[in-house]
Design a protein around this ligand. Structure first.
Ligand SMILES: [Fe+2]
Length: 341
């Protein structure tokens, strides 16, 4: 900057400051809010469910294919609604996973995309097939770099308190009895599905199935909901409706889901939003619309909802109710359903 310009700019700044200063004098008192010690924002829209989480899948594309727009909407939804954590249903990094916990893709496809304050909560991911192309375990190591990325191992479970349940409380209160507070729980089981599709990983897949059966069977009466999360769906009305991936997962998981009365299998892999209820106990949800989209087929008998739209899912639950919403990138609720027990 030339000296003459510097003098002129400084003079203009000084004039500006003198013009602005009196306005500040007439403004109302400056309120300084104390900083919140809690990351959780107070949501604008309250409900009477006790546990809330969002689920997104198939997202890591450097912000492209509307990844950034979906992320912004998730941030807005999280600011407006109660939310405890985020589930990632896999294919976290396209095209070939990450090579280490220092890979720049952590910034390009995750940290600099899901920037909203409301999304600085715990994230519980599973691996997708694309994550397996580089060092999958780097995504476990990243849990030591990021506070919000929580992946303790390739497959793992979370037991979460959900309280008594509003329907139970209402029922007891109607009888004029005192509501007994109990500590019902939801069991979330995250599995690593890609190895099921490769013969050379059969031993690994079998060991994991033993763990899955053990984990689902060692639950007490207090576990009200059993939710399994993996990348590959066992039913879909997307392009992989009857392909090798889908049929292999169906063969591997169906009996276990039926034996242990798994309420929900939540997956990704298909780039759409779906709710399917094939024969049997388990409801199937697919949330894989975090960036690129693929087509869906309408009119399949076991499908209750399908949309080839960018978005995510939102789960709100207590001991008796499990509400699921599919939300697009404009924040529109495309579909809502509620399971009860
Ligand atoms: Fe996938």
């Amino acid at each position: 900057m030339k000296r003459r310009d510097f003098v002129r700019n400084t003079a203009l700044t000084a004039i500006g400051a003198s013009l602005i200063a009196p306005i500040g004098v007439f403004a109302g008192p400056q309120v300084t809010n104390l900083e919140s010690e809690d990351l959780t924002l107070l949501p604008k829209i309250k409900d009477d469910y006790t546990l809330h989480f969002m689920a997104i899948g198939d997202w890591g594309r450097n912000g492209e294919y509307d990844q950034l727009e979906v992320a912004k909407q998730m941030g807005q939804w999280g600011a407006d609604h109660p939310n405890d954590f985020v589930i990632s249903t896999g294919d976290n990094f396209y095209p070939k996973g990450v090579v280490s916990e220092f890979d720049p893709l952590w910034h390009y496809s995750f940290e600099n995309i899901y920037t909203a304050h409301s999304l600085q909560c715990d994230w519980y991911p599973v691996f997708g097939n694309h994550d397996w192309h580089s060092d999958v375990d780097a995504q476990i190591k990243y849990s030591k770099v990021s506070r919000r990325w929580n992946m303790p191992s390739r497959y793992y479970s979370k037991l979460i308190s959900i309280g008594t349940g509003k329907a139970n409380e209402d029922e007891v209160a109607k009888k004029g009895e005192k509501v007994k507070k109990s500590n019902e729980k939801a069991l979330l089981v995250m599995i690593d599905t890609d190895p099921f599709l490769h013969e050379h990983m059969a031993d690994y897949a079998e060991k994991q199935m033993q763990w899955l059966n053990d984990t689902l069977s060692k639950t007490g009466e207090d576990v009200k909901w059993k939710i399994v999360i993996g990348h590959h769906p066992s039913y879909t009305v997307g392009p992989r409706i009857e392909n090798y991936d889908t049929l292999t997962m169906r063969k591997a998981l169906s009996k276990t889901f039926e034996d242990h009365k798994v309420d929900i299998y939540l997956s990704g892999h298909e780039h759409s939003l779906q709710h399917l209820k094939p024969e049997g106990y388990t409801h199937q949800f697919i949330s894989g619309a975090g960036s690129e989209l693929t087509r869906v087929t309408e009119g399949i008998p076991y499908s209750r909802f399908q949309a080839s739209e960018h978005g995510f899912m939102y789960f709100a639950m207590d001991a008796n109710r499990l509400n699921v919403r599919a939300i697009n990138l404009e924040g529109k609720v495309l579909y809502q359903t509620e399971l009860t027990k």
